[in-house]
Write a protein that binds this ligand. Structure first.
Ligand code: ZN
Length: 324
């Protein structure tokens, strides 16, 4: 593609910055307890103020409140069976696609919460195209970062939260992936390495453990609860003390999805990804390997294996565990 043509589409997208990126969308249902309960159950969140009316009142609230991180869940649009997002495509993405940057991966989400949501609040979402970067070389390929601003307001029009959502639209690397068969028993790494996970001070030990072939979970130094994903504080007792607890690597599948898109180099697709209940009690997210997507089921016993991409870069993948 010539430089002139590439400038052409990019300046068209730039001219749309500040415009509405989707029609405003009001939630199908008001904030409600059944959805809060399902979300907390899936996330392993037992915060009393989300689940127990009396505990919420004791904490000085009028009633139970929704987890702030559910903000997006209230207005999230559905996907039709053929994979199209109902409610339309975000403004500008068709031009980015037409320029050859057809692959997408979400890169950052920044959320701000202005007040706690209560049952009965009816949330409306407005989305604005916030910006597009110059062409960048990234680990996934050459692409542009496209940023959208989501603003959420309640039934009185009061702003209750804001999300800045950035995606990388990149040109798929030619022939980078091999279409290897899904079912195979031995742990194996595809030729390309997947991107390394984002490293935080809290989570560093978790990823470093895999290099030693250890599955480590944070255990509270005060109340003993295992907590994952790693955060600075125990969600049960707010203690900052913790030690890494080595887990057996055995567990069962709590829930799963089969990923088809986006295809990240270094993984093989379709890729089953599961929430796994470890026998010690923590719940983690990990890829499955050696289990055909149509054989994955809730309750399946699994065990960890380690996939080495580089000497200092090892990721877990779970395979079926034969029992009895
Ligand atoms: Zn604790």
């Amino acid at each position: 593609m010539s430089q002139v043509r590439s400038q052409d589409w990019l300046s068209k997208v730039r001219a749309m910055v500040g415009q509405e990126a989707l029609p405003p969308q009001t939630a199908a249902d008001p904030v409600n307890l059944p959805m809060i309960r399902r979300w907390c159950e899936a996330m392993g969140d037992r915060t009393p103020a989300f689940l127990d009316e009396q505990a919420a009142v004791r904490s000085g609230r009028a009633s139970v409140v929704a987890p702030p991180a559910m903000l997006f869940a209230w207005t999230m649009s559905h996907f039709s069976p053929d994979g199209e997002r109902e409610g339309g495509t975000l403004l500008g993405l068709d031009l980015v696609d037409a320029a050859g940057f057809t692959s997408v991966v979400a890169t950052n989400v920044e959320e701000e919460y202005f007040r706690e949501l209560r049952c009965g609040d009816l949330i409306t979402q407005r989305v604005t195209l916030d910006g597009i970067s110059d062409e960048k070389k990234t680990g996934l390929g050459v692409g542009h970062f496209v940023t959208y601003r989501y603003e959420f307001s309640d039934q009185r029009g009061e702003l209750v939260g804001r999300t800045i959502f950035r995606v990388l639209k990149f040109r798929p690397p030619a022939k980078a992936k091999e279409a290897a068969p899904v079912a195979a028993d031995a742990p194996r790494a595809a030729k390309a390495s997947p991107p390394r996970p984002p490293m935080t001070k809290d989570g560093e030990f978790f990823w470093a453990g895999f290099v030693e072939r250890k599955l480590l979970v944070r255990q509270c130094g005060q109340c003993g609860r295992l907590h994952h994903p790693p955060g600075p504080m125990c969600p049960e007792c707010n203690s900052l003390e913790w030690t890494p607890r080595e887990c057996s690597g055995r567990g069962t599948i709590h829930s799963f999805v089969v990923m088809h898109q986006p295809q990240i180099p270094g993984h093989q697709y379709p890729l089953p990804v599961a929430l796994i209940d470890l026998e010690e009690g923590a719940r983690i997210v990990a890829n499955l390997q050696g289990i055909a997507p149509d054989k994955v089921r809730i309750g399946l016993p699994v065990e960890v294996q380690y996939v080495e991409y580089e000497k200092d870069f090892v990721l877990p993948a779970f395979r079926e565990r034969r029992t009895g």
